[in-house]
Design a protein around this ligand. Structure first.
Ligand code: NCD
Ligand code: ZN
Length: 345
């Protein structure tokens, strides 16, 4: 008999859907398995205002396959000019579920992000009052800080001081990649959560760099040493409700990735759940998969757990072909092994 596991339909608490032809090509990959997703606002130009988020939401809904029940949860891109009243209005009407903080220059399309964190104090205070979470890209941009240390430096220099200044603010440390990040989130109580990607659960920096450079494994924050990957595995499979799935599935076309200065991002939407089930099975934690993928995220965001379910089955997942977009092919994440599980079609 095939081993199966039925869990509430998972959500993706950190997803890049892009726009236009790319949106139309990648959205079905997420909508097939996930019920909801926190949609990142780092478009060009970014999604800054409530009106822009409403228009982007319309474009996403229009690109959904017929009959899909997928729901995009919108975010606003925080800038030094963001108007607290606009944020408050967008939150009160239920349009946006979070605001995203990109330190300027930290990652893809973050140029309009925040340089002087004092300039956003007013917005953050409003968010604390109304209970709207701040999602943070937790890396400093100081060129003097080694790229492998930028997450730890961000906690010390930016995040911890900011949370002490505005203690009521709910924060999600997005895509944590280090033991330092894990420990900080675990110790932070109910006001802080941490998302973990599938690729950071399977890759360390050797996978990226040893025996040849593998551009499809290049993402931000960059994958770290093995000890950090193991800390992430432990956190994800621990049952601690502070940790939940955010795939950070970030499509770039192959020509954009495979060049002398290639883009950061792993496209994992297609096989994220197959790889995740494999990881949890390997660690003897299948009974905790529902918590990580389907329950802890809604609890943090104050949303109901999905009533629908999906079933995972222990049948090897097929290796997904590249996605064709109007702009060029997007390679699907290759975990380096054949996942033993798949989502029942
Ligand atoms: C993301 C993207 O391409 O938008 N890239 C990535 O490597 N994760 C941006 C981000 O989340 O940092
Ligand atoms: Zn991201």
């Amino acid at each position: 008999m095939t081993e199966t596991l039925t869990i509430p339909r998972p959500d993706d608490w950190h997803l890049h859907l892009r726009d236009g032809a790319m949106l139309r090509a990648v959205l079905p990959e997420s909508a097939r398995h996930f019920g909801r997703a926190i949609v990142m606002p780092n478009l060009v130009p970014p999604v800054v205002t409530g009106a822009e988020a409403a228009a982007y939401r319309e474009r996403i809904m229009a690109a959904l396959p017929d009959g899909s029940g997928f729901r995009p949860l919108m975010t606003l891109y925080l800038t030094e000019e963001t108007d607290p009243r606009d944020v408050e209005m967008a939150a009160r009407t239920g349009l946006v579920q979070a605001v995203k903080l990109y330190p300027a220059g930290a990652t893809t399309n973050s140029q309009s992000g925040v340089r002087d964190f004092d300039k956003v104090t007013g917005v953050l205070e409003t968010m604390a009052q109304i209970g709207l979470p701040l999602c943070v890209h937790g890396e400093v941009t100081d060129p003097a800080v080694d790229i492998f240390d930028r997450e730890a430096a961000f906690i010390d220099r930016v995040l911890d001081p900011l949370r002490r200044r505005i203690p009521g603010l709910k924060v999600v440390m997005e895509h944590i990649t280090t033991k330092v990040g894990v420990d900080y989130v675990a110790a932070g109580g109910a006001a802080i959560g941490g998302t973990i990607t599938v690729h950071h659960l399977v890759l360390n920096r050797n996978h990226l760099l040893a025996g040849g450079i593998r551009p499809h494994y290049y993402c931000l924050p960059v994958v770290k040493r093995e000890e950090h990957r193991l800390a992430l595995r432990k956190a994800a499979t621990s049952g601690d409700p502070s940790f939940f799935l955010g795939t950070d599935s970030a499509p770039h076309t192959d020509p954009a990735k495979l060049q002398p200065c290639g883009c950061a991002g792993c496209f994992t939407a297609t096989n994220a759940l197959a790889v995740l089930a494999h990881v949890f099975d390997e660690d003897g934690a299948l009974d905790r998969l529902a918590g990580f993928a389907s329950e802890h995220g809604p609890a943090f965001y104050g949303l109901p757990v999905a009533e629908e379910t999906i079933t995972l089955e222990k049948i090897p997942a097929a290796c997904p072909p590249a996605i064709e977009t109007g702009d060029g092919p997007v390679t699907v994440f290759d975990p380096g092994f054949a996942p033993a599980w798949r989502v029942r079609p």
